[in-house]
Design a protein. Structure first.
Length: 124
């Protein structure tokens, strides 16, 4: 049986993902702490405003595969379409006081880099 803490933590992250998928960035922002940090394979961001500036441009759609919860951490495995390719990612969300305070994302960036490189060559 899940504890209330696990349910609340999981629901915060899933609500964030749902809002992002629906491009409701105002609602999505409500699930994130102002000082949120993001660390990913291709860069990092300090602060929720910087993170959401990118998210509004990229308009990523998350296709969830699996959700794991341990204490204040939620781990998602999901597929994203980036630069025209489907990429399997793993995101580790830390939740404190009902808000996401950090996000770490890992994935193999080679397909994204290759696709971006091809697209840039085609534009020249």
């Amino acid at each position: 049986m899940e504890t209330k803490e696990k349910i609340d933590t999981k629901e915060v992250v899933l609500s964030l993902i749902n809002a992002l998928n629906n491009e409701d960035f105002t609602l999505a922002r409500s699930f994130v702490n102002d000082g949120m940090t993001f660390v990913g394979v291709l860069g990092s961001r300090d602060g929720a405003n910087a993170y959401f500036k990118d998210m509004e441009l990229m308009k990523l759609k998350y296709e969830l595969q699996k959700v794991f919860v341990e204490g204040n951490d939620v781990c998602l495995i999901y597929t994203l379409k980036m630069s025209g390719v489907n990429v399997t990612c793993c995101g580790l969300y830390e939740v404190q006081d009902g808000k996401v305070v950090s996000l770490k994302v890992i994935f193999d960036p080679r397909q994204v880099i290759e696709s971006t490189s091809r697209n840039n060559k085609n534009q020249n």
